[in-house]
Design a protein around this ligand. Structure first.
Ligand SMILES: Nc1nc2c(ncn2[C@@H]2O[C@H](COP(=O)(O)OP(=O)(O)OP(=O)(O)O)[C@@H](O)[C@H]2O)c(=O)[nH]1
Ligand SMILES: [Mg+2]
Length: 510
């Protein structure tokens, strides 16, 4: 695909991206913005259907200036009607280099028998630099035939280069200057003036005459417009004109520039409507809303009650849930309020619709709270340690009783030996130590259970907030990000768009 052919494909891809963007944005952007972007897309598609890979060059000028003769000389053909009866050319005639531009010529209304194709196999590479050129020979601009004016005015806004053909007799005509040229200020880069019939001027006067044409153009406000001389009859200056055409063919076409600029404008409009330049958004406030729900559910009080039971206090654990609809409503509102500034109003309104309703959220919260495991039995380890303490005391007491019984049986009057007291004291000390360990374990177990209740509660409520608030919110914000990406693709995937200032739009002479 040549550089020129790439333009249609590239602009079509950008148009597709913009269409995806505006479709995805849907009713979330201002209706007027969506309508304007859609209109640009429709206009771009219509223009791209004709192709923007051609370079449209039009020969324009007064009757008899030699447009048709130059057309034939440039093309190296004898196709356009050259005549002595004025005006001669009533219909647009086109010469196309390379087999393209058919649809464009249909749209322009160029009759099929007024088209000719240049660049055949016989030309070798001689005509290759002009491939993509569509050269138009127009009826005279100041024709007495109103139909001619309609054709000319339809063509002019689309051309890449206007070749104004003037002749030594009429180049200073006021109708040409005030009626046409003065309206082209700002479009100098898309114009060239050819002073034809130069063979009728003495060679020593030619340069002066061309300078006079330049002077008049400057008086019209047109600076930097090249002026070149030619004689279609004698083949003078044709090489120079062809070189200029090669240069224009090498540039991006006016139509491509215009479509690209329109796509850029529409993408920028859409990007502004979705506030694409806003700072990256803050993370979603999941934790803050979980805190609200934890408070609404009284989770900490329940955790405290579980801890008290684990420490050995008597009583019951209050039920978790159902939560008050009001407190869920507050948490949901807080979620929405915290999103202020994350996206423009249309997107926030969509988030409010897409996240769970208060009722749905309340059900999910109650379900999550109901699933939290509340352990109310005492710590097994603490119970076991207490039991061992009892056993130790009992064992010590039993040992003392057995020893003193045995002592009495033997009718010994001596005091019990110290070793018996040591055993008894050891057993007691062990019992005290075990009881202390059991108490420490009860406290630790109370802390663990309370923490487990809070942790599980936060996990379950966190899952509810993520599923019912955060995920739908992230989906909407993600869609907005995608719209932003697509507007960037529309704006930047192509070659840098030159300013469309070179686009020719010709005001009708008043
Ligand atoms: N001497 C001379 N005659 C020319 C030159 N170019 C064109 N002519 C003659 O001028 C007359 C008009 O030429 P056209 O090419 O038909 O002019 P045009 O601008 O197409 O005229 P319309 O179609 O009526 O607008 C013809 O007789 C040509 O032979 C030139 O450079 N020198
Ligand atoms: Mg003609």
């Amino acid at each position: 695909m040549s550089g020129q052919h790439a333009a249609t494909a590239e602009l079509t891809a950008r148009t597709d991206a913009l269409e995806q963007a505006v479709t995805l944005a849907g009713g979330r952007v201002d209706h007027d913005v969506a309508r304007r972007v859609s209109r640009t897309i429709a206009g771009a598609r219509e223009r791209l259907a004709l192709g923007v890979d051609h370079t449209l060059v039009a020969l324009v000028g007064g009757t008899g200036s030699g447009k048709s003769s130059l057309f034939n000389a440039i093309a190296g053909l004898d196709f356009a009607d050259v005549g002595v009866r004025r005006p001669t050319t009533a219909e647009v005639t086109a010469c196309v280099w390379g087999a393209t531009g058919g649809l464009l010529l249909d749209w322009l209304g160029v009759a099929s028998d007024r088209r000719i194709e240049r660049e055949s196999a016989l030309d070798g590479d001689a005509e290759a630099p002009l491939r993509g050129l569509v050269l138009l020979d127009l009826p005279d601009h100041d024709s007495i035939e109103p139909a001619h004016r309609v054709i000319v005015d339809r063509l002019l806004p689309m051309v890449d280069l206007l070749v104004w053909v003037v002749d030594p007799q009429k180049y200073a005509d006021d109708a040409l200057h005030s009626g046409y040229l003065q309206h082209l200020v700002g479009h100098e880069s898309a114009m060239v003036v050819v002073l034809n019939h130069i063979d009728t001027v003495r060679p020593e006067l030619r340069e002066e005459l061309a300078a006079d044409v330049s002077r008049l153009l400057v008086e019209d406000g047109l600076t930097g417009v090249p002026v070149t001389v030619s004689s279609a009859r004698e083949g003078l200056g044709i090489t120079d004109i062809r070189a200029r055409l090669v240069d224009v063919v090498g540039r991006r076409s006016t139509a491509a520039v215009r479509v690209g600029a329109e796509l850029n404008d529409a993408a920028a409009l859409l990007a502004r409507a979705i506030d694409a330049a806003a700072a990256p958004r803050a993370p979603l406030p999941v934790d803050a809303v979980v805190d609200d729900l934890v408070a609404a559910a009284g989770l900490l009080a329940v955790a405290d009650a579980v801890a008290a039971l684990a420490r050995g206090a008597s009583g019951t654990v209050p039920a978790l849930g159902p939560v008050q609809p009001d407190s869920v409503d507050v948490a949901r509102s807080r979620w929405l309020d915290s999103l202020d500034g994350h996206a423009p109003a249309g997107w926030l309104a969509d988030i409010a619709v897409r996240i769970a309703s208060v009722d749905r959220l309340r059900l999910a919260v109650d379900e999550a709270l109901g699933a939290i495991a509340l352990t109310t039995r005492r710590s097994r380890l603490a119970v076991t340690l207490s039991a061992f303490a009892v056993v130790a005391v009992a064992a010590g007491a039993a040992a003392c009783a057995v020893a003193s019984g045995w002592w009495r049986l033997r009718d010994l009057t001596d005091r019990l030996p110290v070793s018996v007291w040591i055993v008894a004291a050891g057993a007691l000390a062990m019992a005290v130590a075990l009881l202390a360990l059991a108490a420490a374990e009860r406290r630790a177990s109370a802390r663990r259970r309370s923490a487990a209740v809070v942790r599980e509660g936060r996990d379950r409520l966190g899952a509810v907030v993520r599923t019912f608030l955060a995920d739908p919110t992230a989906a909407v914000l993600g869609e907005r990000d995608r719209v932003r990406e697509l507007t960037e693709i529309t704006r930047t995937s192509g070659a840098a768009e030159p300013s469309p200032a070179s686009t020719v739009t010709l005001a009708s002479p008043s």
